[in-house]
Design a protein. Structure first.
Lengths: 238, 464, 225
């Protein structure tokens, strides 16, 4: 089928390999990728800061461009939540309210799409390392993806050893502009997360949300910790 | 002038740096999560129970005038004096008048967040009355001249050593690090206060409309003693505490205990329907109930956030909030802390002064997931942010977001921006961490991600 | 206009706009049955006496309630004697009632009675308060009392040991049943105090460590026959 891939702004600018991995996985499964290269941001930063008019200015082109798509896969839990859950609130009292609701039905986070829509859990990947999973809040709670789809996929990756960390479900502390507005709290939360990950002695922290990984990698690099972050798409493509 | 937000940031910085304190809170709350998980699992269907609780509170709040009237009339029919207060000042004055009329010399009090909210103790003490907090945790923070740390566990932040020192200083007791001995010291100190107090003041957990009763939940028994021995009893409550029927307690009492403390049910749940009735051998001669509005009707009028009034003050949202776990209760600087506090304080005390609490959240949603009455907490934080900005936008933020929209809607400009960024990041190390660093809020503690040599857009174009 | 009318007026005004249906963001309808049938969602309770008494017993162990299932009124007298000796009781306080009268008829101790009034300082000197109750709730290990069935408000909470004399028929399955029966029993003339007592008095306010006997009784004994 034709799958529209929505690439968040930070994946585009900083982690394009994550997007590329998703493209390669979906193409290997026999689907064609529609990449809307004229849209770049879901509008979450403005929305989260309370500037809903400015958020709509960014979100409306996205809404319009995606109206003809059949299935939309979003390369991040946080943008996924924006498109699937928050566009409904953002456009509620406007003429686009129904379109936003229609869009919501078509949106899926990447692991949710693989497991629950395509019914695929084994991608023939191999990743011989110890790995611990961080459940990004948006995927876990907002999108109600839950813990299972990424774990089902990881379970079929050959030679991968998944060790659960105690604080798997606890927020990493990124939260968008929160990380810059309240850096001391954001950092403390990230430290708690990293400490929990280090307790597992895993080589990698994996997640389905690059924004979380960006925050954790930033702390890891500054503190020189012996662990690396990686997006689940990169593992599944290896 | 120190604003609330500056104070919040100052406290947050201090406390996130205090590893001992963070460790104490995290350990306590992790233990709670384990026992709470166990008790929740015993429910045949916790999620449906939440739905039932949410709908019951919806019914109560969306017919609040009807149920409040029924509640007050049923109470009055059996001899209770019901008072209505719009402002904290009115509530304080009502209570002051009662204690003056009774020529009270000593007042004993059980835990009441509403009393904190209206700063009752201070007003009574200023008027020359001795007020003793009977709940152990409240008694401890009262001796320390501190505010409660957590709405359910007021002394959660203190170690036994600190409590022993406190008792030694204030009560002249011998030092001990045994929690049982410390509790017995407090028990002995308070015993005589119960027996000799003229007035007992309590809070209320639930106000039952059908039968005209106030329901009080506790573990220690101090509220029962406060309601049994003094000649005059006063119960204070926010008008949102109403439940329609007595049988609703069968659902709310175990849910309150499970969500709030990981207990199947709290030790004592007591319903009071009036002063001593004919034929009863004890109990207060006079019973007063004080109903407090204090901006609750203002929150009621905000239909989008009205469900924040469903709150049963269980404390579960505080317990699971990663922000609360890292900054603790006092940092909020308000009566109501954690997620629910962040949602309602702007309504109770002013949006512009308190919007920062709604901003100080990563919106992880753990609070909404855990709330036994399904308040859409983290979405309300987003709505507070929107309302704050709508009322009073921050000019440079608005400009920045307008600029970003301009940039992002023009792909060629956005591409140019990325290319310039790649060049710019080479020079960033020069200013990194200094006052000239535009990203210093990030770079103070973290490394910035690098812009990839080719963006996804560029890689995609190449594939074609 | 009174403050009452002002507040009610503001409420009526506010409620002119309706609020979203509860839990819409997170809806969980029951697969079957009425949402208000709370017994279905609360922890499960077995349907017969044996299961229920075992549940009450198991809860009592966790709560540190001393629960004894006895065979006869004579056993109650025997156990009270054992408690008297074991705890070194010097004086008791109770209320008149069919069960308490029978249980305390032969005890060799002064027994104050709260009926008609009492001196609180005299109560404070007593070692235990002996009361009847309305129900025993299996689901939570709760003793349901009222100031009418248990000799007042203070008798069951001021003395350091609370002893309850109950009959097997008073054991009921769960909290919804308790409230339904309270309503039936007391209808329009409720006692001014109803209390659900679950275990001895406790606190976790010091480092979250459990300590019994914070202000209320340190010991709760239930003698059920």
């Amino acid at each position: 089928m034709k799958v529209t891939l929505f690439i968040p702004c930070f994946v585009d600018a900083c982690y394009p390999k994550v997007g590329l991995s998703m493209v390669q996985i979906l193409e290997k499964l026999g689907h064609t990728i529609d990449f809307p290269d004229e849209i770049a941001c879901c509008g979450q930063p403005a929305f989260n800061s309370g500037y809903w008019d400015e958020a709509r200015a960014v979100a409306l082109p996205v809404l319009k461009r995606l109206r003809d798509s059949e299935k939309i896969v979003i390369a991040s839990g946080s943008c996924g939540a924006m498109l699937k859950v928050f566009y409904k609130e953002l456009f509620e009292k406007t003429e686009y309210a129904q379109e936003a609701r229609d869009l919501s039905e078509k949106c899926h986070e990447f692991t949710d799409f693989l497991v629950n829509v395509l019914g695929v859990t084994d991608l023939g990947a191999r990743f011989p390392h110890k790995v611990t999973m961080h459940d990004g809040c948006h995927g876990l709670r907002e999108l109600k993806t839950g813990k299972l789809p990424p774990r089902k996929l990881l379970a079929n990756v050959r030679d991968l050893d998944l060790i659960e960390m105690e604080e798997a479900e606890t927020c990493c502390g990124f939260g968008g502009t929160f990380a810059a507005k309240f850096p001391m709290i954001s950092t403390a939360m990230g430290d708690v997360k990293c400490a929990s990950a280090l307790e597992t002695h895993a080589d990698y922290i994996v997640s389905n949300d690059s924004s979380c990984l960006m925050h954790l990698q930033g702390l890891i690099d500054r503190q020189g910790k012996p662990v690396r972050t990686i997006h689940i798409a990169e593992i599944l493509n290896s | 002038m120190i604003t609330f937000v500056k104070e919040f940031k100052k406290q947050a910085t201090r406390l996130t740096g205090d590893l001992r304190h963070r460790s104490l809170i995290q350990t306590a709350l992790k233990k709670y999560e384990v026992i709470r998980g166990a008790k929740q699992a015993k429910f045949q269907d916790w999620q449906v129970a939440r739905q039932a609780a949410a709908e019951t509170k919806w019914e109560a709040i969306n017919h609040l005038d009807k149920y409040l009237l029924e509640f007050s009339q049923k109470l009055e029919a059996r001899g209770t004096h019901v008072h209505w207060a719009t402002t904290p000042e009115q509530a304080r004055n009502i209570i002051l008048k009662i204690v003056r009329d009774k020529k009270a010399r000593s007042i004993i009090k059980s835990k009441a967040m509403t009393a904190e909210e209206i700063h009752l103790n201070g007003a009574l003490e200023q008027a020359g009355f001795e007020v003793v907090e009977s709940d152990l945790g409240e008694y401890i923070v009262q001796l320390r001249h501190e505010a409660p740390y957590h709405i359910v566990f007021p002394a959660m932040h203190l170690s036994r050593g600190e409590i022993s020192d406190l008792f030694q200083r204030e009560l002249g007791s011998a030092p001990t690090d045994n929690p049982e001995e410390l509790t017995m010291i407090a028990r002995r100190a308070l015993r005589n206060k119960y027996i000799t107090a003229d007035v007992g003041i309590t809070g209320t957990n639930f106000a039952i409309a059908e039968t005209g009763m106030v329901s009080i939940t506790e573990n220690e028994g101090n509220a029962r003693l406060t309601a049994a021995l003094p000649k005059t009893m006063i119960s204070l409550l926010g008008i949102e505490k109403v439940l329609p029927r007595l049988e609703d307690l069968a659902l709310f009492l175990p849910m309150l205990a499970t969500a709030g403390a990981g207990q199947a049910i709290t030790g004592y749940n007591t319903m009071y329907g009036g002063p001593r009735q004919p034929g009863e051998c004890d109990g207060p001669e006079e019973f007063h109930v004080v109903l407090l509005d204090n901006k609750r009707t203002f929150l009621l009028a905000d239909a989008e956030q009205r469900d924040a009034l469903h709150c049963i003050r269980c404390g579960a949202c505080l317990n699971v909030c990663p922000i609360y776990r890292n900054v603790g209760g006092h940092t909020y600087g308000t009566t109501y802390q954690g997620p629910i506090g962040s949602v309602i304080t702007p309504h109770l005390r002013g949006l512009q002064d308190w919007k920062h609490l709604s901003n100080a959240s990563s919106l992880c949603g753990a609070c909404t997931e855990t709330c036994p009455v399904k308040i859409n907490l983290h979405h309300h934080l987003l709505q507070n942010r929107r309302n704050a900005v709508s009322q009073q936008p921050v000019w440079w933020e608005k400009l920045a977001f307008k600029g970003f929209a301009f940039l992002v809607n023009r792909p060629w400009l956005y591409d140019l921006g990325k290319k310039l960024g790649r060049i710019g990041q080479v020079f960033h190390p020069i200013v990194k961490g200094t006052v000239f660093d535009p990203a210093r809020n990030w770079t103070r503690t973290r490394e910035l991600p690098e812009l990839a040599p080719q963006s996804f857009h560029e890689l995609w174009k190449e594939r074609k | 206009m009174s403050e009452r009318d002002a507040i009610l007026g503001r409420i009526k005004e506010a409620l002119k706009i309706s609020a979203p249906v509860p839990g819409e963001h997170d809806h969980h309808a029951p697969a079957a049955g009425d949402l208000r049938d709370f017994s279905k969602w609360l922890p499960r309770v077995g349907s017969d006496f044996v299961e229920q008494v075992e549940l009450f017993r198991a809860n009592s162990v966790e709560l540190k309630t001393d629960f004894r299932l006895l065979d006869s009124a004579a056993d109650v007298i025997r156990d009270l004697e054992e408690l008297r000796v074991g705890n070194g009781w010097q004086g008791l306080i109770s209320h008149s009632g069919k069960l308490t009268d029978a249980a305390l008829a032969k005890i060799e101790l002064p027994v104050l009675i709260t009926d008609g009034g009492y001196d609180v300082n005299a109560m404070e000197k007593c070692d235990a308060g002996v009361t009847e109750c309305d129900f025993l709730v299996a689901q939570t290990g709760t003793v349901v009392i009222t100031n009418r069935s248990a000799g007042g408000r203070a008798l069951s909470v001021l003395p350091p040991h609370h002893v309850v004399i109950a009959r097997r028929e008073q054991l009921i399955p769960d909290l919804p049943t308790a409230f339904a029966l309270l309503k039936k029993k007391y209808a329009e003339n409720y006692p001014s105090m109803i209390s659900l007592v679950t275990g001895p008095s406790r606190t976790g306010d010091i480092e979250r460590i459990l300590v019994l006997g914070a202000h209320g009784p340190k010991k709760l004994t239930v003698l059920c026959y």
